[in-house]
Design a protein around this ligand. Sequence first.
Ligand code: NAD
Length: 249
Amino acid sequence: MFNLTGKVAIVTGAARGIGQSIAIEFAKHGANVVVNDIIPGQDTVNKIRTLKRKSIFVKADVSNKKQVENVINETIKKFKKIDILVNNAGIFVVEPTEKITEESWEKTMNINLKGCFLCAQATANQMIKRKKGVILNISSVAGLEGYAQAAAYCASKGGIRLLTKALAAEFGAKGIRVNSIHPGIIETAMTKSLLGDKKTKQGMLMKIPLKKTGKPIDIAGAAVFLASDAASYITGTEIVIDGGWTCAL
Ligand code: NAD
């Protein structure tokens, strides 16, 4: 049911962390995967090729329209089609609001939110031609609720939530499903310093009903489901994967 055999997926920010796990799980379920990142992505490509699936790395900054278009062009050149796009690339900056510079605000918004839009726009043009496709946007629990000292991050991730719904409303009739995934606290390079602080980690765990942090694979499982035909009637909605963090008082 969760079969992705023959599908072609692009995963942004897939050199490590959640993106890498999604790319590898897609390959395990039969997909060929285009790995995008601004840092070297060969490790992910090699892992996918070990699974006997095809993979290429295309370096690009998702906030740059020309570079995004190049990812799409390279994908079409190699694989002739795009079935799945995962907008995963993102940055997380913790800064007191009074210290956020205009540059820092713009960088977060450009990578996290504009990046999703640019990749979705460029990919949708290809998907519309075939009247099918799946777009998954990786938002955050910080796109649902506020997180102190992360105003730009929350604004960008909240924007992704509604960008998802707007695209789902527009693209449904064109055969494209669009959903967002909202991870809680997941063990990756992004959260290393946060979780490295014992007091901060303890404070978080106290609020999480499952009493543990998540792993990238916890997000990848939901991504496989949403990308597969098992989710063929699911669009414009969100899956929260946070160990219960946002459900508890
Ligand atoms: P990560 O830092 O390990 O991975 C992010 C990847 O995105 C990196 O490989 C990075 O090089 C890449 N990237 C950054 N800027 C880019 C750009 N401009 N163009 C292309 N690639 C770029 O972090 P992660 O935890 O794996 O995060 C993946 C996604 O999940 C992010 O969108 C993040 O906001 C989201 N998320 C993570 C958590 C968590 O707890 N780790 C929680 C909620 C949401």
